[in-house]
Design a protein around this ligand. Structure first.
Ligand code: URA
Length: 433
């Protein structure tokens, strides 16, 4: 087989065979096929698209390019959750202890973030001493003992995807439905769960800005997962403004803790309930949506979800006291209010711009080597639909550097559209598939 012929076939709109897909994925992973030929193929795929069968084969080939984790040693139905990401998305931090407290084993691999805030692992490191560098055996033992463990993604999980994603990033070929779906699902399938709940975001702070594209991506990933023999569900949720109120690593951990105390923002609490319901149904610890919801609510009112978070933090070397007392988390030295520039109603918040403000404060990574400042970020007091008076605080900003705070404040104010006419609050849950 020749790579030239594979590129030509796709350029002309042909359908690649499973052998051709395995050939280029394996050859590229081993370094036998050069970047320039795979770039050309990615561009041909971008224009010509892939059939569902080709997309599944690409997913499986990338899954099989490295370690495929077996979670068979863990009792029960293992349910994973994946979010396509967004601003203020701290869902895993609150949701995983909730579902674990309800009896669904959580064995999750998470990543670090490249972008406006850290990933789940960075956020968890706000607990002094916490580590996700645990062995696979300890990971399995912790889940069997306390029902929850989160480990860092191993370097050898879907290495083909790692190479291909980096290449797509610099060749303008990221935004193709089949390529995104296969990239995400290859990692999820390699991580070994029996069932997967997807949280596909839609709006200005999401990968998919248009709602119909988010639904299409959700359907594509559901179909891959089901063809690969997994139980699947997906929720499409709003990311046209930050989720909850906190943006920034330790601030998001604090908000997740408050949510487990029953004092979280309504939208974030509702998203945890909606995703948790799907996880409990797939995990077969509830038979109906109302039964699942009641169990999740009980995990909050009884304190069992918060206790589960403390147990989990302690099992991975962190200070469990911080799980019940967020004042023990790192705090930033400079705290200022961001004033509203005029009277009116918040009509829009450019979600991606709020993410950039967090990045400017040092809360995210510009590149893989950047150090994250876990303490910085913002807590929003006004969201879409809220009335504001000139000088009201739009948000509290937490910073370590005055010059960065000043620049981020200007950008933050510019991200808010305030007008005379009231607009309705945004609908959070757009659909469940
Ligand atoms: N996230 C991934 O893991 N892969 C993509 O292609 C896009 C988002």
């Amino acid at each position: 087989m020749r790579m030239y012929d594979v590129i030509m076939k796709k350029r002309q709109g042909g359908t690649l065979t499973p052998e051709e897909i395995r050939y280029f994925v394996e050859g590229y992973t081993k370094g036998e096929i050069p970047d320039y030929q795979v770039s050309a193929l990615m561009m041909a795929i971008w224009f010509r698209k892939m059939t569902p069968e080709e997309t599944l084969e690409l997913t499986l080939a990338m899954r099989d390019s490295g370690d495929v984790l077996s979670l068979d040693a863990i009792r029960g139905i293992k349910v994973d959750k994946h979010s396509t990401g967004g601003v203020g998305d701290k869902t895993s931090l609150a949701l995983t202890p909730m579902v674990a407290a309800c009896g669904v084993p959580v064995a999750k691999m998470s990543g670090r973030g490249l972008g406006h805030t850290g990933g789940t692992i960075d956020k968890l490191e706000s607990f002094p001493g916490f580590s996700t560098s645990i062995s696979t055996q300890q990971f399995i033992d912790n889940v069997n003992r306390i029902g929850i463990a989160i480990m860092g993604q191993t370097a050898d999980l879907a290495p083909a995807d790692k190479k291909l994603y980096a290449l797509r990033d610099v060749t303008a070929t990221v935004d193709n439905m089949s390529l995104i779906a296969s990239s995400i699902m290859s990692k999820k399938l390699a991580a070994g769960a029996d069932a997967i709940v997807l949280d596909v975001k839609t709006g200005s702070g999401a990968f998919m800005k248009a709602e119909e594209d988010s639904f299409a991506l959700a359907r594509e990933m559901l179909s891959i997962g089901r063809m690969a023999g997994r139980q699947m569900a997906a929720v499409v949720s709003d990311m046209d403004q930050p989720l909850g109120r906190a943006v920034g690593n330790a601030l998001e951990v604090r908000e997740a803790i408050e949510t487990l105390m029953g004092k979280g923002p309504d939208d974030f609490t509702e998203l945890c309930m909606t995703l948790g319901t799907q996880m409990l149904l797939l995990g077969q610890v509830a038979q109906t949506e109302s039964e699942a919801r009641a169990k999740l609510e009980e995990s909050i009112t009884s304190g069992s979800a918060l206790r589960k978070l403390a147990e989990f933090v302690e099992a991975q070397g962190g200070d469990p006291a911080a799980a019940c007392d967020p004042s023990l988390l790192v705090t930033a030295p400079l705290v200022t209010e961001i004033p509203a520039p005029c009277d009116g109603y918040v009509r829009k918040i450019a979600c991606d711009e709020i993410g950039i403000c967090s990045l400017m404060l040092g809360g995210g990574r510009e590149n893989k080597e950047s150090e994250i400042d876990l303490s910085v970020g913002m807590v929003l007091h006004k969201k879409v639909g809220d009335a504001v008076k000139k000088g009201d605080s739009l948000a509290t900003m937490y910073a370590s550097d005055a010059a960065k705070a000043e620049a981020a404040t200007k950008r933050f104010i510019a991200a808010y559209e305030i007008g005379e006419e009231k607009v309705p609050a945004r609908k959070l849950i757009r659909g469940i598939l």
